[in-house]
Structure formats: C-alpha cells, structure tokens
Design a protein around this ligand. Structure first.
Ligand code: AMP
Length: 249
C-alpha cells in the first residue's frame, strides 16, 4: 500500500502569536516554524503501518515556500521514504491546496492519503474533506483508530455523544485526530539519513491549477483582553454579585 502524507509548515505551537502592526496578518519573521502537529500524527501513523507490513511506501508532500523542505526532511527523518515539495510563495486557500494534492495523487496513485484534521495556523479544517470530494474518494475525518482488512480501512471517529466506526473502500482520504497516536522523536542517525532521501520539487505554476484566492482578508486583530477576575469571600457574595452585577441569575 502506497501512502501520501500531507505535511504543512506552520508557526510552532509554543510560539505566542503576534499580529502585525498593519493588521494584514500575523508576524512570521524570525518565528520558529515546525510541522503542523496533526501532520506529525499523520506521519507517525504511516510509519506504524509500514512497521506492521501494511504500507510499502510513504511519500510526504508539502506545499509552500522553499523552507517547507525542513518539514519534509523531518517527515523523512521520522520514516517517510521520499518527499514532494510544490513550491509557491503565494498564500493558498484549502481549495487550492486540495486541487494541488489531487493532481499529485493522480500522478502518484496512492492507496491512502493521510492529512491532519486541521492546520493550527488557519484552523480551516477543510483540506481533507475538499480533497476527498474532488477525487470522489471515501473519507474518514478526525480518526482516532485505523485498521486494515479486506483492502478496506476501518476507522474510528470521535463524534458528539460517542464513537463512529466506518469502513472505507480504498483508495481513501483520512484525517488524523489527536488520540490516533503519539508521534515519536526522530533519532539522530535517521535525521542524517533523511538528508540523502529524494525530494522532488515542482513549481505550482507548472501544474496548471487555478489557485486564485476566493476570499480576501480585510483585517487581523488581537482578541480583546479579558477582564481580570475577582475573589469573593463566600457563596452569599458570589450569588449577590451574579444577580446584581453580572445579572446572569
Ligand atoms: P486545513 O484544512 O488548512 O486546516 O489543513 C488540514 C490539513 O491539510 C493539514 O493538517 C495538512 O495535512 C494539509 N495541508 C493544508 N495545507 C497544506 C500545505 N500547504 N502543505 C501540505 N499540507 C497541507
């Protein structure tokens, strides 16, 4: 089974985000960037499937600036066999990303595509669903468990009020939730080996895809500051304040 894994380079989850002074976006200069955490889970799942003998080839793909090579090298240090970078300096919306992934999927013909459930920079949670729609493939989103039987993927999804089990015919698209696995740390020898693994680079314009943005960001602002809380001396004061000041009871 051949698996394509989408990995996005995003602002590291430990960084405190600052809005640019001109309100056009968030500050990205001199900021630590890393692989999107849900995509680390996607890579880990692919590596586990290969260790179990269920996967034969793992291909990591990233779309973005030349710096995305860092996340692709990280994916290869974790176990991906090779990588594809679709290079562009343009900001791309999930629909454009999904079209690019579809084009690469048509060339590579994977049995499974694994994406994160969402990118922590834009929180869109759209790419996997759009990709499955464009390809006409079954999708299992927010999965917390994955097994293979009879050339089908059996996935567990966390839904309101319980768990949903789905059986997907391959080829399929799945997106990872936090509970699917705990990604490993790459070992130093594997980091060194990853430098030698193949990384193909395509220019987005050579793929002949319409990547025109459908929406325009008008303004980005910081969330308003929360008012400081107060301490009350007893339950009676709490009830009085909730009634008279907050007027919620
Ligand atoms: P989103 O729909 O933007 O929240 O992203 C969901 C998932 O799509 C991410 O976790 C990635 O697996 C994939 N993805 C989104 N943007 C990119 C990108 N520029 N390069 C590679 N994968 C991406």
């Amino acid at each position: 089974m051949k698996i394509l894994i989408a990995v996005k380079r995003v602002v590291d989850y430990n960084v405190k985000i600052r809005v640019k002074s001109d309100h056009t976006g968030v500050e990205l200069n001199n900021i630590k960037m890393s692989m999107n955490p849900f995509d680390e889970i996607a890579v880990e799942e692919g590596v586990r499937l290969r260790e179990l003998g269920a996967a034969s080839e793992l291909i990591a793909i990233s779309i973005g600036s030349p710096s995305c090579q860092e996340v692709l090298r990280s994916a290869m240090a974790l176990g991906a066999d090779r990588s594809i970078l679709v290079e562009t300096e343009q900001f791309l919306e999930p629909l454009a990303i999904a079209h690019i992934l579809k084009t690469i999927a048509e060339r590579e013909k994977p049995d499974l595509i694994i994406l994160g459930k969402q990118a922590i920079d834009d929180d869109c949670n759209q790419t996997g669903q759009m990709l499955a729609g464009l390809l006409g493939w079954p999708q299992g989103t927010f999965i917390s468990d994955l097994k293979f039987e009879d050339h089908c993927a059996h996935v567990m999804r966390e839904v309101d009020g319980g768990l949903e089990k789905l059986k997907l015919k391959l080829p399929a698209v799945i997106t990872t939730d936090l509970r699917l696995n705990t990604p490993r740390y790459p070992k130093l020898p594997n980091i060194m080996k990853a430098k030698q693994k193949p990384l193909d680079i395509f220019k987005v314009n050579d793929l002949g895809i319409d990547i025109t943005p459908r929406h325009q960001t008008l303004k980005v602002t910081e969330p308003s500051k929360r008012k400081a809380g107060i301490k009350v001396k007893d339950v009676q004061e709490l009830v009085e304040r909730l009634q008279q000041e907050a007027k919620v009871i």
